[in-house]
Design a protein around this ligand. Structure first.
Ligand code: LMR
Length: 395
């Protein structure tokens, strides 16, 4: 059976991480995978998570099955984080389930869409997160792209995006990034969200919003602005969220899929299908990460501590955006990189060629994805001079 297989190349993001770990160069810099790092280059466990873990250790008294939905308290807290006090919650039109990370949330959404319409098409931004396409195709969906990032002008191709979305069929799904677009860092502004919501309403496609970085852009509510606006306009929608980045729970694999239906009764039917979808893939989600998140979100003290830790991560990344742009100028680079300071979240495209990206890796042990996507959190005061000088040489 296995004899017919052909080896596949390493994943473009995770493969890079493995290479970085093997590199013996003491000056190496990891700007690859999207994980937060502190000034010392370490992805530390958040203090609020440590406290929640201690609380769980002292208080957890069973590991018995929870069921396909995961913990109801986690699901309720996540729904509030996503929607605030939005009317869809008051109208009881949402159902949230815990999932194994944000990728699990997307895969559950994809399988659910397939149950609604086998072979459905999902439109994703060009570019999008490297795993979106494979993940949706693996679930049997057809993937098509709409214009999004204008590489030439380092801006959003909003006219192209809107024109493409107007041509989408009412039976299709459209994937939107809630905030901190991965990989470009280029987000829609409030007015653009309104226009996309208007198109979604008039065309009737299903918006699927991926929110992997809530809190990393402008703030928790600010980053959910677009999807809340969308929820004002459409009858059905899916939101996939992740606690990997904003709670730093990467390896605990915790996220959520939320469906919005036309009515409470309609969403109950959809929910029964969602539960079946989960049952036949992995039966039930892992519980540990959800237990930590619900402990934090349902305690005033821990929640407050989490806000502060999240703000600190966001501020450091924004500071790094300014830092690298200034250092490039200091090192005589005349090309304009100011766009990096205007973008949001973990990533920006540096906008150099794949050959230059490779040269940075081979000659300077600086690792970024081949598209020149940089994970801004990997920049630190201790490495920014070396980074800017290396980029200057390569340019
Ligand atoms: C990334 O884009 O680097 C992150 O979302 C991590 C991943 O799984 O690819």
């Amino acid at each position: 059976m296995f004899g017919s297989l052909k080896a596949l190349p390493a994943d473009p993001i995770l493969g890079l991480l493995a290479k970085y770990r093997e590199d013996a160069n003491p000056q190496k810099i990891d700007l690859g995978v999207g994980v937060y790092k502190n000034e010392a280059g370490h992805t530390a466990v958040l203090d609020c998570v440590k406290k929640a873990e201690k609380y769980r250790l002292d208080n957890e008294d069973t590991k018995v099955y929870i069921g396909p939905t995961g913990s109801p308290l986690f699901n309720d807290e996540m729904a509030k984080l996503i929607f605030g006090n939005h009317k869809v919650l008051q109208d009881n039109r949402t159902r949230t389930v815990s999932t194994p990370g944000g990728t699990g949330a997307l895969r559950v959404a994809a399988e659910f869409i397939k149950s609604c319409k086998p072979g459905a098409t999902i439109w994703v931004s060009n570019p999008t997160w490297a795993n979106h396409t494979g993940l949706f195709q693996a679930a049997g969906l057809t993937v098509k792209t709409y214009p999004y990032y204008d590489y030439e002008n380092k801006s959003l191709d909003f006219d192209g995006m809107l024109a493409a979305l107007k041509q989408v069929s009412a039976d299709d799904a459209v994937l939107l990034h809630a905030c901190c677009h991965n990989p470009s860092g280029m987000d829609l502004n409030q007015e653009q969200w309104q226009q996309v919501a208007d198109v979604a309403k008039s065309v009737g496609f299903l918006p699927v919003v991926d929110m992997a970085y809530q809190g990393f852009g402008d703030g928790l509510d600010e980053d959910a602005y677009g999807l809340r606006l969308m929820a004002n306009s459409v009858e059905e929608m899916i939101v996939c969220s992740s606690c990997s980045k904003n709670f730093g729970l990467y390896r605990d694999r915790i996220g959520a899929t939320t469906i919005i239906g036309k009515s409470s009764a309609a969403v109950d039917i959809a929910y029964s299908v969602l539960l079946y979808v989960i049952r036949v893939i992995y039966s039930m989600p892992p519980a540990h990460g959800a237990a930590l998140v619900e402990t934090i979100l349902s305690s005033d003290e821990l929640r407050h501590e989490w806000y502060n830790e999240l703000s600190e991560m966001r501020d450091r990344i924004n500071g790094n955006r300014r830092l690298i742009v200034d250092k490039l100028k200091e090192n005589g680079v005349t090309r304009n990189f100011d766009f990096i300071t205007e973008q949001k979240g973990m990533f920006s495209f540096l906008g150099i060629t794949p050959e230059q990206v490779q040269q940075l890796q081979d000659e300077y042990a600086i690792y970024m994805v081949g598209s020149s996507r940089m994970s801004i959190a990997g920049i630190a005061n201790s490495n920014v001079d070396y980074l800017a000088q290396s980029i200057a040489k390569v340019l």
